[in-house]
Ligand binder design. Structure first.
Ligand code: PHE
Length: 440
C-alpha cells in the first residue's frame, strides 16, 4: 500500500511530536500571547489544551487507527455518509493555507540561519534590529526566494522519499533544541527587566480579556497541537495497536505546551529589557531573538545552531501538513507521489508568494482589513481548525460507536472514558460554537 511508505510505525509517536512542535510554539505562541495581553491568554490557552485539545487529540488518533485510512475516507466511513468526507476536505484546504504562510516564516529562519553564520547578530538596538528585519523580510525578492526555497526543500523531502531520514534526524536533534531553549531561558531570566517580562506572561488580568483573546487562544491550541484538520488522524492511522492513545496524547500535549512556555520565558524578559513592544505581531520573535543573541555570551555559536534546529522543526511540521493532501491525492485520484507533491507544493508556492509579499509590496492589499498573510493565518487557525474540531468531535462523540472508541482509547469500563465522551459530545462543540457566535 502506498501510504505504508509514509512513516514507519515505530516512529509514529515521535513523528506526531515532530508535527506538533514547530514554529507554532516558538514563533506563533509568543506573538499571539503578546498581542492578546499575556497572562490571561496563557491561562485560556492552557484551558483549551486540557479541555479541548487532549480529548480531540485522543479522538483523532482513535478514529485514524481504527480506520487506517486518510481523513476524508475515515469521516465518510465512520458516519456511513460520503458527504461527510467534506470535513476531511476542509482540513485539506486549511492545511494548504497554513503551509502557504508557514513557509514564509520558515523562509525567515533560513535567512536568519545564513545571517547568524556569516556576520552574526551584534546589535541590541531596537531601530537597528527593525531595519535588519525590514531589509530582509520586506524585500520582495529575498522574501519570495526564501519562501520558495523552503517549499522546494519540502518538495524534495516529500517526493524523493528522504522524508524518513529528515524525521529520524529531527527525532535525534529535538532534544538538543530543548536543551538550547533551557540555556536561553536561563539567559533571559538574568536580563535586567526579566521580572516585567515574567509578570506579563504569567500574571493573569482578566479585565484585558475580550472575545478575540478567547478566539485567538483557542486557535493557538488547535494550531500548536496540529488538530482540527485531520493531520493527527492520519498519524494515528500509523500507530501500533499496542500504543496507549490517551497517554500518548497527554505526553504530546505536555511537551508541546512546555516548548511554547519556554519560548515565552525566552522572549518576554528580552522584549521588556531591550525596550521593545510585546504587541509587535508576527515579527516579534524575529526582532527579539537577534537582540538576545547579540547580548548573550556564546550567542555567536548558539544562534546558528538554534536557527538550524528551528528550521528542522518547521520542516517536520510542514511535511505533516503536506501529507494530508498528498495522501488524499494519491489514494483518491491514483496520482503518483511525485505528481501529488508537485501539485500541493506548486499551489502553496503561488499562495505562499502572496503571503511573502504581504510584508512588502502587498502590505496595503487587504481583505477584511487583513493582509493575505494575516488572513490565511486567521482563517485557518481561528476558523477552519476549530470548525474541523467541532465536526471531528461530533463524529467521534455521536457517530463513532461507543465501544469502539472506548477500545481504541484502552478505557473500556473506565470512568475517564465517560468524561472524554461527554466532552466530545457536548462540551467541545458547544464551547467552540459559542465562541464563534460571540465573535461574530
Ligand atoms: N503544530 C505545528 C506547529 O506548531 C503547525 C501545524 C499546524 C502542523 C497544523 C500541522 C498541522 O508548528
Amino acid at each position: 500500500m502506498r501510504r505504508g511508505a509514509f512513516a514507519t510505525r515505530i516512529g509514529a509517536i515521535a513523528t506526531a511530536v515532530g508535527s506538533a512542535v514547530g514554529l507554532g510554539n516558538i514563533w506563533r505562541f509568543p506573538y499571539e500571547a503578546g498581542t492578546n495581553g499575556g497572562g490571561a491568554f496563557l491561562m485560556i490557552y492552557l484551558f483549551f489544551i486540557a479541555i479541548v485539545g487532549i480529548p480531540l487529540l485522543c479522538a483523532e488518533f482513535a478514529m485514524g487507527r481504527d480506520s487506517r485510512a486518510n481523513a476524508v475516507k475515515t469521516f465518510a466511513s465512520l458516519t456511513g455518509r460520503k458527504s461527510m468526507g467534506a470535513v476531511g476536505v476542509m482540513g485539506i484546504v486549511a492545511s494548504v493555507l497554513i503551509l502557504s504562510f508557514y513557509s514564509v516564516v520558515a523562509g525567515w529562519t533560513i535567512e536568519y540561519t545564513i545571517i547568524s553564520f556569516s556576520r552574526g547578530f551584534k546589535s541590541t538596538d531596537v531601530e537597528t534590529l527593525h531595519s535588519l528585519f525590514n531589509s530582509s523580510i520586506a524585500s520582495p525578492a529575498k522574501s519570495l526566494f526564501f519562501t520558495w526555497l523552503f517549499l522546494l526543500i519540502n518538495y524534495f523531502a516529500l517526493a524523493r522519499g528522504v522524508r524518513k531520514g529528515i524525521e529520524s534526524l529531527s527525532n535525534l536533534l529535538m532534544p538538543v533544541l530543548f536543551l538550547i531553549l533551557i540555556v536561553f531561558c536561563v539567559n533571559s531570566l538574568m536580563l535586567p527587566d526579566a521580572g516585567r517580562g515574567l509578570r506579563f506572561l504569567f500574571a493573569v488580568d482578566f479585565s484585558q480579556v475580550s472575545v478575540t483573546t478567547v478566539l485567538s487562544a483557542m486557535g493557538q491550541a488547535f494550531f500548536s497541537l496540529s488538530i482540527g484538520l485531520g493531520c493527527m488522524l492520519t498519524y494515528g492511522s500509523y500507530f501500533k495497536d499496542s500504543t496507549i492513545i490517551p497517554r500518548t496524547a497527554v505526553s504530546i500535549a505536555s511537551l508541546d505546551t512546555l516548548v511554547a512556555i519556554l519560548s515565552g520565558i525566552i522572549i518576554f524578559p528580552a522584549v521588556f529589557s531591550f525596550g521593545m513592544s510585546p504587541t509587535a505581531g508576527p515579527t516579534l520573535v524575529f526582532e527579539t531573538l537577534p537582540a538576545i543573541f547579540g547580548a548573550m555570551a556564546g550567542g555567536r555559536i548558539l544562534a546558528p545552531l538554534f536557527f538550524i534546529l528551528l528550521f528542522i522543526a518547521s520542516l517536520t511540521s510542514t511535511i505533516s501538513m503536506s501529507e494530508i493532501s498528498i495522501s488524499f491525492c494519491t489514494e483518491q485520484f491514483g496520482w503518483s507521489r511525485k505528481k501529488a507533491s508537485a501539485a500541493v507544493i506548486g499551489l502553496s508556492m503561488a499562495l505562499g508568494g502572496l503571503c511573502a509579499l504581504s510584508f512588502g509590496p502587498l502590505a496595503n492589499f487587504k481583505i477584511c482589513s487583513l493582509t493575505v498573510f494575516n488572513l490565511f493565518d486567521f482563517a485557518s487557525s481561528n476558523v477552519l481548525l476549530p470548525l474541523g474540531g467541532v465536526c471531528a468531535s461530533l463524529i467521534a462523540g455521536w457517530a463513532y460507536p461507543r465501544s469502539r472508541l472506548a477500545a481504541q482509547l484502552s478505557l473500556t469500563g473506565n470512568k475517564l472514558f465517560s468524561v472524554i465522551r461527554f466532552l466530545l459530545r457536548y462540551i467541545i462543540p458547544l464551547c467552540i460554537l459559542l465562541i464563534f457566535i460571540n465573535s461574530l
